[in-house]
Each structure stands twice: as structure tokens, then as C-alpha cells.
Write a protein that binds this ligand. Structure first.
Ligand code: NAP
Length: 278
């Protein structure tokens, strides 16, 4: 039986779903897997890296705030991760660390599972944080046009480039953007459980006839998701992206491919039960 010694790091890390998702993947593949969550403040990142080398870990996932901080420790960086300036998956081979970012492929595969091909789309992307940048890079790489809206366009310098336009996320920006796009992706935390902010005016959806992807996955039905469905739009939440990015990460750790869609369907059942109770 193959065995893998894996981890996830972040600060905070208490609410991570990664151990549950990766154990579900390993169980289905018959891989003997230990996957542990580690609270790693920035000052302890170097000693964590020394520990995983010493203890023979096969790899680890990374969440906020270390997706950029890990880069100086890497012996190699995948070109897409380099273009995002962020790493969410590290494979360790012979004591060397190699960085990848599976968020973009995760989103692309989750969309494809709903019949949506990212590369053919005019995307209205909301938010200019780390998740939005990964999505923007993957969208452009696959041939999409992106119109990015954020609260402060001055913060969106990293997004500038061919096939990307940038505007302010106000009512006029949302209405105009929605009228031009055929895929809306929310990559802000608006509507997420535990934060006070949510969309207050979704009337911009009245001029929209495409698909809606909210990368927030808790709750299962955000205000954006619910109002999109009520308008008869195809809508999906962020659980698919979360699961597919983990499935891609596991195939990197394993160094082997497997049926990613079949695996994602299996893990989705496990996580829907765990997160939403049904
Ligand atoms: P981040 O780096 O903190 O970026 C958040 C972005 O949202 C920033 O552009 C921020 O703008 C904007 N924002 C925050 N509050 C806002 C508001 N009230 N109105 C308008 N814009 C607002 O976070 P992230 O890592 O990109 O994650 C964003 C969301 O995606 C989170 O909810 C996260 O849980 C979710 N996510 C899901 C997946 C998945 O697999 N499904 C993966 C990654 C992230 P400012 O810079 O102006 O604050």
C-alpha cells in the first residue's frame, strides 16, 4: 500500500477542511495517509520547513498567510504558481520543496463539471485578492476575457495585462459589467458565514443571462447564489473549487493521476454531509 505523510499550514488553521478532504481522497484510493493541520505563525515557517524535511513529509498545503511566504524556501516553482505569485501545494522530493498552485485548475474543473468552459467566457470577476488573482490568471491562460471589479482599483495593479480590464465595484460598474459578461465569479468574502458584509443590491443581475459562480462555500446558498437561482440563472457555490483544488493537490503529492471527476464526486458527497448535513 502507498503511504503519504502530508500536512496543511496556516495562521489561523483551526477551521481548515483540508485534513477531512485529503483523508477522503486517500481512503478512496487506498493510500495510507497521515494529513495533519499545523498552526504556523510567520516566525515559525522556517522551523516548519526544517521539520518536514527532517521528518520525511511528502508534501503540504498552504493557506493564508503563507502562500507567498513559502516561495523563498522552494527549489522549484510551477509556471502558473509563479504567475500568481502564490503557492498552495508543496511537494517534497529528496528534501527539496517544489511549489504549485491548484486553485485555478480547481475552479476550471468545477466549472466544467457544470458544463461551463472557462476559456470561452467573458468573465466578470469580483474581488482583487489572492483567490481572484489565481482565477484571473487561469481564465486568461485558457482564453477568457476578464473584467475585474474591486473596491479600490488601485489595489489591482497585479491584474493588469492583456485580456483584463479593471473597474470599480459600485452599482454602475456592476450593471455595466453584468451586461457584457456571460460568467460572473464572486471572489470576495461577501455573503460568507461569520462575516457581516453581504451583497445588498443584486439588481445588476437583472441585466445578466450567464452563469454565476460564488467561490464562497459556506453557507451552501449565499444571497448571490439564491438570488441568481431565483432569476433562473445557472448558479454554483465554491465547494466544487475547494474539492477540485484538493484533488489536484493530492495527485501532485502522489505523483500519479487518477480519475479526478470521479474522485471529486466522491469527496463532494462526504463534504456536503459534513458541511451542510445533507
Ligand atoms: P483576500 O485575499 O482577503 O481578498 C478578498 C478580496 O475581497 C479583496 O479584493 C477585498 O477587497 C475584497 N472584499 C472584502 N470585503 C469586501 C466587501 N465588503 N465588498 C467588496 N469587496 C470586498 O481573500 P481571498 O483569499 O482572495 O478569498 C476571497 C474569498 O474566497 C473568501 O471568502 C475565501 O473563503 C474564498 N475562497 C474560496 C476558495 C474555494 O476553494 N472555494 C478558495 C480561495 C478562497 P479589499 O482589498 O478592498 O479589502
Amino acid at each position: 500500500m502507498r503511504s503519504l505523510k502530508l500536512a496543511v499550514i496556516g495562521d489561523p488553521i483551526a477551521h481548515t477542511l483540508s485534513p477531512q478532504i485529503h483523508h477522503a481522497i486517500a481512503g478512496k484510493l487506498g493510500v495510507d495517509c497521515s494529513y495533519t493541520a499545523h498552526h504556523v505563525p510567520l516566525a515559525q515557517l522556517e522551523s516548519f520547513v526544517e521539520m518536514v524535511r527532517r521528518e520525511g513529509f511528502d508534501g503540504f498545503n498552504i493557506t493564508i498567510p503563507h502562500k507567498q511566504n513559502i516561495i523563498p524556501y522552494l527549489a522549484g516553482l510551477d509556471p502558473y504558481a509563479a504567475s500568481c505569485g502564490a503557492v498552495n501545494t508543496v511537494r517534497i522530493q529528496d528534501g527539496n520543496l517544489y511549489g504549485y498552485n491548484t486553485d485555478g485548475d480547481g475552479l476550471k474543473a468545477a466549472l466544467a463539471a457544470h458544463g461551463i468552459h472557462l476559456g470561452e467566457r467573458k468573465v466578470l470577476l469580483l474581488g482583487a485578492g489572492g483567490a481572484a488573482l489565481s482565477i484571473c490568471r487561469k481564465a486568461v491562460e485558457t482564453g477568457a476575457e476578464v473584467h475585474l471589479l474591486c473596491r479600490d482599483p488601485r489595489k489591482a495593479a497585479a491584474f493588469r495585462g492583456p485580456h483584463v480590464t479593471i473597474g470599480a465595484m459600485d452599482r454602475a460598474g456592476l450593471c455595466w459589467g453584468a451586461s457584457q459578461a456571460d460568467l460572473l465569479i464572486n471572489a470576495t468574502p461577501l455573503g460568507m458565514s461569520g462575516i457581516p458584509d453581504d451583497f445588498t443590491d443584486l439588481s445588476f443581475l437583472d441585466g445578466f443571462s450567464g452563469a454565476v459562480c460564488d467561490i464562497v462555500y459556506k453557507p451552501a446558498e449565499t444571497t448571490l447564489f439564491r438570488e441568481s437561482r431565483q432569476r433562473g440563472l445557472l448558479a454554483m457555490n465554491g465547494l466544487g473549487m475547494l474539492i477540485y483544488q484538493a484533488v489536484y493537490a493530492f495527485s501532485i503529492f502522489l505523483g500519479e493521476s487518477f480519475d479526478l471527476d470521479e474522485m471529486a464526486a466522491h469527496v463532494t458527497k462526504v463534504m456536503e454531509q459534513s458541511l451542510y448535513g445533507g
